[in-house]
Design a protein around this ligand. Structure first.
Ligand code: THU
Length: 160
């Protein structure tokens, strides 16, 4: 029996198509990207997180001379938020990335597989979907309405 999985997403050509809060999240993620520590890849990523109480936190990728010891922007930000506000729900996550010397043609940067898995953990824990946005440096944005849309057949605690 053949089955299909479909996901829907929104595409924004530039920031004029975003709402005020979405533009704020984009700006915060871009500002965080400026502080990324990425001397090895020269690929800078910033992330911002909107909580249900309206507060916004941000972070960036942190690399290491021992390569696997670094961490992506999404997990750096998410783990800090979860460590400090374990009971506050996450409403939206915005990721923006690109090479240090970015080019007009650089596309939106989607979260890596490991970050998707980490994000799923918190989406499942809070029993409420998280809007996930990922963007290029030129403000071209993709939005999915839940992290799980980006990770079909995800593994979570229900299997343990
Ligand atoms: N990176 C992120 O921070 N997030 C992503 O979604 C993709 C990749 C970082 C990891 C590494 O520091 C650099 O970008 C190049 O892979």
């Amino acid at each position: 029996m053949k089955k299909d999985i479909q996901i829907s997403y929104e595409y924004f050509k530039n920031s004029s198509e975003l709402s005020d809060i979405e533009n704020t999240l984009l700006a915060r993620a871009k500002a965080a990207r400026e502080n990324a520590y990425a001397p090895y890849s020269q690929f800078l990523v910033g992330c911002s997180v909107l909580l249900e109480n309206g507060e916004i936190y941000s972070g960036n990728n942190q690399e290491n001379a021992a390569f696997p010891s670094g961490l992506c922007a999404e997990r750096t930000t998410l783990f800090w938020v979860a460590a400090n506000f374990p009971d506050v729900k996450i409403k939206k996550i915005f990721v923006v990335g690109g090479p240090k010397e970015f080019h007009e043609s650089n596309p939106p940067i989607p979260p890596c597989g490991a970050c998707r898995q980490s994000l799923i953990e918190y989406e499942t824990k809070q029993s409420e979907d998280i809007d996930l946005y990922f963007s290029s440096m030129n403000d071209e944005v993709v939005k999915v309405h839940a992290v799980k849309d980006l990770l079909p057949f995800y593994f979570d605690s229900t299997f343990l």
